[in-house]
Design a protein around this ligand. Structure first.
Ligand code: UDP
Ligand code: MG
Length: 139
């Protein structure tokens, strides 16, 4: 089951620009089932926990400030080959390098404010999903 799930969140730039609906539509049209979804806020401390793997990187502090600057929409998604297929749907981290038609190509504002997150492994998908949602076996 876990291998067919990934975790995403629509980031503050895309939520505040009113792109939640358009992005969610692309996700569903690409064949992902929304298992769990909500609109919420991160404190800078919780953003720091979520991105702890990057804490030595120069962009870490700005990233935590940005990720706590407005509402986000975390989701757990289900599809065969979910992690890899979702990374292909969102495109490269830097929107200048994201392939045409990808979510970041269409909606990202910068390498930091890049519209959407996507887990990079099955293991991280499970960890990140549990960061926002509990009792997932009930969904
Ligand atoms: N990020 C940034 N500057 C960089 C690289 C990354 O601000 O030079 C931000 C960006 O929001 C990115 C997040 O940090 O989505 C996590 O970086 P990662 O390398 O994990 O990229 P992702 O997996 O999101 O494509
Ligand atoms: Mg990453």
């Amino acid at each position: 089951m876990a291998t067919n799930r990934t975790f995403t969140m629509i980031k503050p730039d895309a939520v505040s620009a009113g792109n939640t609906g358009a992005i969610t539509k692309m996700i569903e049209e690409a064949g992902f089932r929304i298992v769990a979804m909500k609109k919420t806020l991160l404190t800078p401390e919780r953003a720091g926990q979520f991105y702890a793997v990057h804490k030595e990187r120069p962009f870490y502090k700005d990233l935590c400030t940005y990720m706590s600057s407005g509402a986000i929409v975390p989701m757990i998604l289900e599809k065969e080959n979910a992690v890899e297929d979702f990374r292909n749907l969102i495109g490269a981290t830097d929107p200048q390098k994201a392939a045409p038609g990808t979510i970041r190509n269409l909606f990202a504002k910068s390498i930091e404010a890049n519209a959407i997150h996507g887990s990079d492994s099955d293991e991280n998908a499970a960890i990140e999903g549990s960061f926002f949602f509990s009792q997932l076996e009930q969904y």
